[in-house]
Structures are given as C-alpha cells and as structure tokens.
Ligand binder design. Structure first.
Ligand code: ATP
Length: 266
C-alpha cells in the first residue's frame, strides 16, 4: 500500500472580527490508496475545515497537503480545486433539480466524448443501483437514492480522492448505517480512496478502514476501528468511543472481524 493523501502538519485559521481564530494546529494524517478514512468528532472540532482545505477551498496557515506525492497546498501555494483530482460530495448533495439522475451524474463529464460519457454514466448507475430511475428528477427520489446520485456524480470523473462531508446526515437513523455499509461496498468495488467526516460513531465504524478521533482541531488517534475500540491511546479517545457504545449490531459485527475488517456475525 502507498500513501495517497498526506497532511503534513497543517494549520488552518479564520479571520474573524475578534482576530485570527486558529481552528486546526499542526495536524498530520496519511491515507493509503484504496482506503476509506473518516474524521470523527464533535461539532465544531474542525472536521469540515480540514476537508475544505484538502478540496482547495481553504488556505493553509502552515504545513503541506500532498496527493500522490504532488504538493497541492502550502502556506504560499494553492492548486485550484478543479485541478486537484479530488471529488467532493456535500452534506446537502447539491443535486441539480432541473437535471435527471442521468444528467446529474454526467455533469462533470461534459468534455468527454459522447459514447465514453454514456458508458461511464451507465456503469456508475449500475454500481449504485439506480438504473431504473435514470430518467427521474431529484425531487422524485428518496433521500437514500439522492445520496447515491450525489456519490455517483462525485465518482464520475474518476478522481484520485473522494471527500464526503457528513454523507448520511440527511437520512433517518435506520437508513444511515445500512447506507454506510452500502457506500463502503460501492467505494471498495470501484477502488476509490475516500475521506469522510461525521460526528456519528456507528457510521464511522460501518464505513472506515481508518478513523481519526478529533478534538479541538487535532487528531487524538488515527487508527483502525478495531484498534480504536480495543486500544484507545488516551482517556479522551476511550471515553469518546465508549460514550457511544450504542453502536448497532452490524458495526459490532464489523469490529469482531478484527484487523481484517471482515464482518463476523455471531
Ligand atoms: N468561515 C468561517 N469563519 C469563521 N469561523 C469559522 C468559519 N468556518 C468555520 N468556522 C469555525 O471553525 C470551527 C470549526 O468548524 P468546522 O465546520 O470545521 O467544524 P466541524 O467539526 O466540521 O463541525 P460540524 O460537525 O458542526 O460541521 C467552528 O468553531 C466554526 O464556527
């Protein structure tokens, strides 16, 4: 395995009327190619800011962001979002209401040759199980279907890295975890590397190969779900993980699979 995404001591801050507000201070993270990473933490700890910085929407105050060894951001340099090979799926899905499912997915492929574009859209719709609704409009879909359109649209140009901001937050609680497993299967089937943020532990444990537990702009532990559960590095991580011990049976089954990440239903 090789590192695809590297955050090397990144710092982020916002200009506010009260002065410069530092949100993230010297954060490190390495995500392997083909892995699904997840930033997990309470509201306001800086998860979305980190995602936006990786997408190129926020400047760095210090540190470096590298994708496949290419420097995307430093304090002095910022590659434009559209030139980063990074796809982002937003919390509200941001689907185009006047475009059909098919056309939403094809949106980022406008420069592709017609036949190649149609093939790509068809294979993505098959992957996310939406062939039957290809001609419907977003308002004619369930929340889960809309989420899968948004995922297919983000995956369409085949970005090196997918960023997913609270991808399940608009769905009801019963649907969330099921879809987290479904999205994991889709990402694994397509071989995509992805980083998502959530404040929901069951979702994180359902989907991720690596989870970063965040507190106040820092990652306390970046590890496998199994290690986080069994060997938290400090009291904060231990409390955080145990506090949400109401994880569903499927997440627990995934954990029982240990390091291999296989689901063990017992
Ligand atoms: N443009 C901005 N200007 C000033 N402060 C901001 C800005 N964007 C975010 N913040 C602040 O930065 C902190 C981190 O915000 P961020 O959205 O990254 O956190 P988060 O962990 O993703 O939270 P949530 O789970 O609620 O989305 C918060 O205190 C937020 O109020």
């Amino acid at each position: 395995m090789s590192a695809l995404l590297e955050l090397d001591a990144i710092s982020l801050a916002y200009d506010t009327p009260q002065g410069l507000l530092t949100i993230v201070n010297s954060l490190d993270l390495t995500l392997e190619r083909g892995h699904i990473g997840c930033l997990l933490g309470a509201s306001g700890c800086g998860k979305t800011s980190v995602l936006r910085a990786i997408a190129g929407f926020e400047p760095l105050r210090a540190g470096r962001i590298l994708l496949d060894k290419q420097v995307l951001s430093t304090e002095h340099k910022r590659v434009d979002p559209e030139h980063r090979q990074v796809g982002m799926m937003f919390q509200d899905y941001a689907l185009f209401p006047h475009l059909s499912v098919e056309k939403n997915v094809a949106f980022g492929l406008r420069r592709w040759e017609k036949v190649a574009r149609a093939d790509r859209v068809a294979s993505l719709l098959a992957l996310v199980g939406l062939e039957a609704v290809a001609h419907r409009y977003p308002h004619e879909l369930s929340g889960g279907q809309q989420q899968r359109v948004a995922l297919a649209r983000a995956m369409a140009p085949n970005p090196e890295l997918l960023l997913l901001d609270e991808p399940f937050s608009n769905l009801d609680i019963d649907t969330r975890e099921r879809l987290a497993f479904e999205v994991r299967d889709i990402l694994k089937a397509s071989g995509h590397t992805a980083l998502l943020v959530t404040h929901n532990q069951a979702e994180a444990f359902a989907i991720a190969d690596r989870i970063g537990v965040m507190r106040s702009g820092a990652i306390e532990q970046w590890d496998t779900p199994f290690q986080l559960h069994k060997h938290p590095v400090n009291d904060f991580v231990a409390d955080f993980i145990r506090r949400e011990a109401l994880m569903t049976q499927r997440a627990q089954a995934y954990l029982r699979g240990g390091e291999a990440g296989e689901m063990v239903i017992s």
